[in-house]
Design a protein. Structure first.
Length: 232
């Protein structure tokens, strides 16, 4: 696909276009985002079961992702006609995918994995767009196994900044297939900024899939706070 000028695609555009193509969202999306979603589809559609499985494992596809893919495959864009039996059928399809080897997948199983990859890769594309537009403020982090600590000056006041573990991710949000380079169980992370020494009230956001991602998001938030684009 040809290179696009900066700013033509915004974070969230590709995921939205993917939802529209799957029939889960009724909205007009910018042509470049639809073209990007179509490019992802065409790339994934060329893969056989073994390559689908390898890509799904490498991108840490979860049961939630597979459930979305199964629903998209079964409903074929007719979301308004869904009923509880469709949810049961989608869950059965997810179980079959997780329990069988790729060579045992039928067409519906392979199509559900393809659809799950459409969304996973769209989310990754949007994440790259967001990072490309971010303006982090580098902080001097004291990093340990529990996350990290730093301080930042916002409006002339020193604030404590903390990245720490959040609640464990729901089992459905865990990768279906273990990859050697990916932890078997994801730990969710969150960032917190103390509003001042008087009340020590904290403001934060999460979860993030890695401490590095949480620290990056914190530094971007510090930039926005310092510029007055948001407040604690």
């Amino acid at each position: 696909m040809a290179l696009l000028p900066l700013g033509v695609l915004q974070p969230g555009d590709v995921s939205a276009a993917t939802e529209v193509r799957a029939g889960f969202l009724n909205a007009d999306v910018p042509p470049p985002s639809d073209a990007t979603a179509l490019c992802i589809r065409q790339t994934v559609d060329d893969l056989g079961p073994a390559d689908l499985w390898a890509l799904a494992r490498g991108t840490a596809v979860t049961r939630d992702d597979l459930a979305w893919g199964a629903a998209a495959t079964l409903l074929q864009g007719h979301l308004e006609q869904s009923d509880p039996l469709d949810n049961l059928a989608a869950q059965t399809l997810v179980d079959e995918i997780a329990e069988r080897t790729p060579c045992q997948w039928g067409r519906s199983q392979a199509d559900a994995v393809r659809a799950a990859l459409y969304r996973t890769l769209a989310d990754l594309a949007d994440a790259l767009l967001e990072v490309s537009e971010s303006t982090p403020t580098p902080l001097d982090w004291m990093v340990d196994d529990s996350g990290g600590r730093a301080s930042a000056v916002i409006g002339g006041v020193v604030h404590g900044v903390l990245v720490q573990t959040a609640e464990k991710a729901h089992p459905a949000a865990q990768p279906v297939w273990h990859h050697p380079s990916i932890p078997a169980a994801h730990t969710a992370w969150q960032w917190r900024i103390a509003s001042g020494p008087a009340d020590r009230a904290c403001h934060g956001r999460g979860p993030f899939l890695s401490a590095l991602a949480a620290r990056h998001a914190t530094e971007c938030a510090i930039t926005a706070l310092t510029a007055g684009r948001c407040s604690l």
